[in-house]
Write a protein that binds this ligand. Structure first.
Ligand SMILES: [Zn+2]
Length: 349
């Protein structure tokens, strides 16, 4: 049940989105020839699995992904980032404006659930994979911490044990809300400290918690699966070696995360890898230099917006696509709302 203020805000948002759409202001025909939109998805999971995933708000169901791709394809030529960037640079003429579709993190659901929907829609995309995790099969550290803390808090004296662990690693452990909230807040605070300390804490938490039972859909894509995606026409990009916050890495680690990820991906794929995606979007001039030096040709951020023809190829903007921000008050996915968000005009209503 929506609260009255939320209801009112949503109704106002619907009215504004509809007015902008019908006046043509947010219609892709108006802006799409001059600007390149790059959309981002993360996990694609069946509806009953979304709520159990570490970050439900950024997961979409296969049905929702099909709706989004169908909607995009009516107004854009949807391709991988590499293809879209090359086409934009060459000012290659097309019937429809270009759009790049990307998936972050390389989780197993991308292969199981996203790839068939992409194939059905005839859309190719870029999958940003975390090279070391694809090799080892280990979950990314934020997911490990979420699952680990949630499990530990359910064990005997879990809260006290988590406190002791955090104290031993010099980490301020947030304790407001339920286990899920505490786990999310802990990940937020870990994103602010040097990445070597994050790794040490995540390993210690795994050890303290013991084996955590995971759902069948949870896991990382293997290199065999990643190669299948490539053979199906998708692009594979690097999302670093181990998904640290690169701005929190020292020079040596930063260089390794960029160079080793590219070397490992190219060795496994037998092909050049040009695209890089900053974990969590975090980048600064030092990080950008390291990515350039590692031999990548362009990189995407999580900064929201579209990219003009002369956009800096090292800090490309993207639009994170979520079903809850696309729903109108009726609960249905709304083209005017999506168009508003994609257009770069969204004012956060
Ligand atoms: Zn990521």
């Amino acid at each position: 049940m929506m609260r009255p203020m939320t209801q009112l805000r949503r109704r106002l948002g619907d009215a504004a989105a509809t007015a902008l759409w019908w006046s043509g202001i947010t219609h892709p025909a108006r802006w799409g020839k001059e600007r390149l939109p790059v959309v981002t998805f993360h996990r694609v999971l069946p509806a009953d699995a979304v709520a159990d995933s570490p970050y439900p708000s950024i997961a979409v169901t296969p049905e929702e992904l099909a709706w989004f791709l169908n909607c995009f394809s009516q107004y854009f030529r949807c391709v991988s980032l590499g293809e879209a960037v090359a086409a934009q640079r060459a000012r290659e003429p097309a019937n429809l404006p270009w759009m790049a579709v990307s998936f972050d993190d390389g989780t197993l659901d991308n292969f199981e659930y996203a790839a068939p929907v992409l194939q059905e829609a005839g859309v190719t995309a870029t999958f940003f994979v975390v090279a070391q995790n694809a090799s080892s099969g280990h979950l990314l550290w934020p997911d490990r911490v979420v699952y680990g803390l949630r499990a530990l808090l359910g064990q005997d004296h879990g809260g006290a044990r988590a406190d002791r662990l955090a104290l031993a690693h010099g980490i301020d452990r947030p304790i407001a809300g339920d286990a899920r909230q505490q786990a999310h807040d802990l990940v937020v605070s870990l994103k602010k400290i040097p990445c070597d300390r994050v790794d040490a804490f995540a390993d210690a938490l795994d050890e303290e918690t013991g084996r955590v039972e995971l759902a069948g859909w949870e896991g990382m894509m293997t290199f065999d699966q990643i190669r299948c995606l490539r053979e199906a026409g998708h692009e594979i990009g690097s999302h670093s070696l181990s998904h640290p916050i690169l701005t929190n890495c020292d020079d040596h680690r930063l260089q390794r995360e960029c160079e080793e990820s590219r070397r490992l991906l190219e060795e496994e794929l037998g092909a050049k890898v040009g695209a890089f995606c900053y974990p969590n979007g975090d980048h600064d001039a030092r990080v950008v230099r390291a990515v350039q030096k590692a031999g990548f040709t362009h990189a995407v951020t999580t900064d929201w917006g579209t990219n003009p023809m002369d956009a800096d190829p090292w800090t490309l903007k993207r639009s994170d696509i979520q079903s809850h921000t696309t729903r109108s008050q009726s609960g249905l996915l709304s083209t005017p709302r999506l168009a508003w968000r994609l257009s770069g005009l969204h004012l956060g209503v």
